[in-house]
Design a protein around this ligand. Structure first.
Ligand code: RIB
Ligand code: CA
Length: 317
């Protein structure tokens, strides 16, 4: 019998964020350990500007007929100027498929207010999944420290124990707002880092994308078109054989925790290095940092993950 987890999904759609949203809501129809009761989607600037990431979230939930609310959050990092990724996600942040015009609107309530009120009022502890820069969550925890007691776990797509993807040292989500992440690392909350060591293994190849594009589900076909655009950057610019499904892996790791193998290590964020800003510095020896540990994902059951993605996307009518 599947159990239910209360979840807030914070993201910067973004092609892979979009797949993560679709997976999260499809979990209600899947038979894994957990079904996600997603209380709302909060949006942050990252892959594109806030206006575009908010619009992209609306495009996805409307296309898939998902009944949820979209809360706009921070348009920039806590301290630094915003850095976006049009070379990866395009000018809209969700280039590729043609979406119908947006009919709905985002909520007037700010994402941070939604996070604080929802976590405070929830009868059950809330799991917060972040798949973009962690500005909104850090602001909520700074503004209302009392909510920390009602957060079950923070699961974040970000970082890497070894090499980055935006600089040699840093992964994009962490680099955009390293101060936000460092603040969160210092909390003794249960945290899970779903970084590049595992997401780079969670690869979708052209054959997988064609499988989605030929499915009878229009949502699966749309997801295939999204990934067809997303894979081009990785093949043409990175020389990779496919595209890593970064964000969906963070979501999948809650639906079926056995998908990832993690180990607890102290992790600190470099916020001042000329070449290393945004690096997630993992204390593998366990004798350098007194920062509370983070569960660092170091291996992934790729077959189980890809089966879940196909099942979830094809479950949409
Ligand atoms: O480095 C990959 C991460 O940065 C993903 O979350 C992607 O959507 C971008 O936000
Ligand atoms: Ca993202």
């Amino acid at each position: 019998m599947a159990k239910t987890k209360k979840v807030i999904l914070d993201c910067d759609p973004g092609h892979d964020d979009a797949i993560g949203i679709l997976l999260g809501f499809a979990s209600q129809d899947l038979n894994y350990l957990y079904k996600l009761d997603i209380l709302g989607i909060t949006i942050v600037a990252g892959n594109q500007t806030l206006e575009k990431t908010v619009n992209n979230a609306l495009k996805i939930v409307e296309y898939a007929n998902i009944d949820t609310k979209i809360y706009p959050g921070y348009a920039q990092p806590l301290i630094r100027d915003l850095e976006i990724a049009p070379e990866v996600h395009g000018e809209t942040g969700l280039d590729g498929p043609e979406f119908p015009g947006i009919s709905g609107s985002p909520e007037k309530k700010h994402a941070v207010s939604f996070m604080i009120d929802t976590i405070r009022e929830s009868q059950d502890k809330v799991t917060v999944i972040t798949t973009g820069p962690m500005t909104n969550l850090a602001a909520a925890m700074i503004g209302a420290p009392d909510i920390i007691d009602n957060i079950e776990e923070i699961v974040f797509m970000g970082g890497s124990a070894y090499t980055g993807n935006w600089t040699p040292a840093a992964e994009f989500n962490i680099l955009v707002d390293p101060e936000a992440v460092q603040f969160i690392m210092k909390s003794d909350l249960k945290k899970k880092m779903v970084g590049l060591e595992v997401t780079r293994k969670a690869m979708f190849y052209p054959k997988d994308i064609n499988n989605l594009k030929s499915d009878r589900s229009s949502v699966a076909r749309m997801a295939g078109e999204l990934l067809e655009y997303f894979v081009q950057f990785h093949i043409n610019e990175k020389g990779m054989p496919g595209c890593p499904l970064h964000d969906p892996l963070a979501v999948a790791s809650i639906i079926n925790p056995d998908i990832l193998k993690t180990e607890p290590y102290s992790v600190n964020i470099e916020c001042g290095g000329q070449y290393t800003t945004g690096r997630t510095v993992v204390d593998f020896d366990g004798d350098s940092f007194d920062t509370p540990v983070t569960d660092v994902a170091l291996d992934v059951d790729v077959k189980a993950f890809k089966e879940m993605i196909f099942e979830a996307l094809k479950s949409y009518r």
